[in-house]
Write a protein that binds this ligand. Structure first.
Ligand code: MN
Length: 259
């Protein structure tokens, strides 16, 4: 199995290399990621200018690594159509430092990269952990490796796009694992007005709405201390209406806790 790993926090982010380390135990890994932080760039693709790519020294030994002067989505497109010679079986984007939930998902570069994998016909996982500062990255990395093993090439009837979020908790304190849907209103927008002396400007500010009320949503799951897995295929991109077999998720938390 060959896995493409990317992210939106940039090629030196700790989350990316923690993920690579875990995936390398079960698959061949190639890293193609933006050369700088691109959080909240969403699904953006660069068509207006040329993209420069550098073969880069990996932070985990013996991993083919490229840094891209572009967006997370650019990185995936370049990897799948040009840089990587052998066929990729799975795209994993992350581990993002900070959760990607509800109506933040469309602006998430982590999800934007995974979406490109999905649009190229591959199973794809976006994975994020709560708390930007010191997230428990190892749990997320092990979970990604478990999911990768369960998504064996061509063994499932459908293409898969999963948005996975973990609370920043030690594994023993994680309460459960919930298959969720995106919360529809997890933020409100505010526009701040200012003046720089010459011109008026506006600044967009997002406010998190706390206290989810719908117990089927990703925001609720994380608030409760659960892992949230949201299959995005029918909500974000209505390409086909695939059914993901229950076996993909059955006893997943139990298996994670056994590791
Ligand atoms: Mn990010």
């Amino acid at each position: 199995m060959k896995v493409l790993v990317t992210n939106d926090d940039g090629i030196f982010a700790q989350g990316l290399w923690t993920l690579v380390k875990a995936l390398k135990k079960i698959a061949k890994v190639v890293v193609v990621a933006p050369d700088r932080e691109q959080s909240r760039i969403g699904t953006a693709v660069t068509l207006s200018q040329p993209l420069r790519v550098q073969r880069t020294k990996p932070l985990v030994p013996e991993v083919e690594t490229y840094s891209v002067e572009g967006t997370p989505a650019d990185s995936v497109i370049l990897a799948l159509t040009k840089l990587v010679k052998n066929k990729i079986d799975l795209v994993v984007s992350g581990i993002n430092h900070g959760v990607n939930l509800g109506d933040d998902v469309p602006i998430s570069g982590t999800v934007g990269a995974a979406l490109q994998g999905y649009l190229h016909g591959l199973p794809a996982i976006a994975i994020s952990v709560d708390t930007v500062d010191s997230p428990y990255l190892d749990n997320a990395a092990e979970l990604a490796a478990l999911l990768a093993k369960r998504i064996e090439p061509n063994s499932l009837p459908a293409n898969i796009l999963l948005n996975v979020n973990l609370p920043s908790l030690p594994l023993t304190q994680i309460k459960g694992l919930q298959i969720t849907r995106l919360a529809s209103s997890s933020h409100t927008d505010e526009v701040e007005e200012g003046h720089d002396g010459k011109q008026r400007y506006y600044r967009l500010i997002r406010h998190k709405i706390n206290e989810a009320t719908d117990n089927k949503t990703d925001v609720w799951a994380i608030e409760q201390g659960n892992i949230s897995i949201t299959p995005l295929h029918t909500t974000l991109v209505n390409k086909t209406s695939p059914l993901i077999p229950d076996s993909l998720f059955s006893d997943l938390l139990q298996e994670l806790q056994k590791r």
